[in-house]
Design a protein around this ligand. Structure first.
Ligand code: PRP
Length: 185
């Protein structure tokens, strides 16, 4: 795949603008600020896609908050729907004395977060919730809902704001529909 074209050639229409995204980020951060005042909170960002949202979200949260990251990858595309997730990088701290929010860029089938919820639950945090920038409920294979739900989007191939196409296009402020013409290149 050619990864050197002009960035606009990869893109279709803007699905969610940077203004809408930032509005939602502020809303979610305000809610988290209110809900966790006086509580020991850690946000765990899921790499790679979650890093852009995490960076924006934490800067809008107005209480002390710890943060860490995990890296996961599914075992190849064919096994993605089996929910088999490989942990590439774990967090460095215990969770038993903390309230935890997992921060994701998008929830699709819900399998990744189901796995992560189970994994973190076994470490006995004081509470465990999910915050996601985007959500595709129509793709869900398991019953999973984010307590801090971001923007609901239709089942389109989207890129930008952390979401990639073959590793690129994460660095866009807005969420775009991928230009279908690039898929076979
Ligand atoms: C994406 C996204 C979630 C997961 C959601 O990650 O960041 O982690 O897929 O899909 P699910 O609800 O169907 O499990 P991806 O595997 O593309 O890795 P990346 O974040 O490194 O791009």
């Amino acid at each position: 795949m050619d990864k050197t074209m002009d960035i606009n050639e990869y893109l279709g229409e803007v699905l969610v603008s940077r203004e809408e995204i930032q509005k939602k980020v502020k809303e979610l951060a305000a809610q988290i600020t209110e809900d966790y005042r006086g509580k020991k909170l850690i946000l765990i960002g899921v790499l790679k896609g979650g890093f852009v949202f995490m960076a924006d979200l934490v800067r809008e949260i107005k209480i002390p908050v710890e943060m860490d990251f995990i890296a996961v990858s599914s075992y190849g595309s064919s096994t993605k729907t089996c929910g088999v997730v490989r942990l590439l990088k774990d967090i460095d701290v215990p969770l038993n004395d903390k309230h935890v929010i997992i921060v994701e860029d998008i929830i699709d089938t819900g399998l990744t977060l189901t796995y992560l919820k189970e994994m973190f639950s076994s470490r006995n945090p004081l509470s465990l919730k999910i915050c996601s920038a985007f959500d595709k409920p129509s793709r869900r294979l398991v019953d999973l809902k984010a307590e801090y739900q971001g923007i609901v989007i239709p089942d389109k191939y989207v890129v930008g704001y952390g979401l990639d196409y073959d590793g690129i296009l994460r660095n866009l402020h807005d969420l775009y529909i991928l230009n279908e013409k690039v898929i076979d290149k």
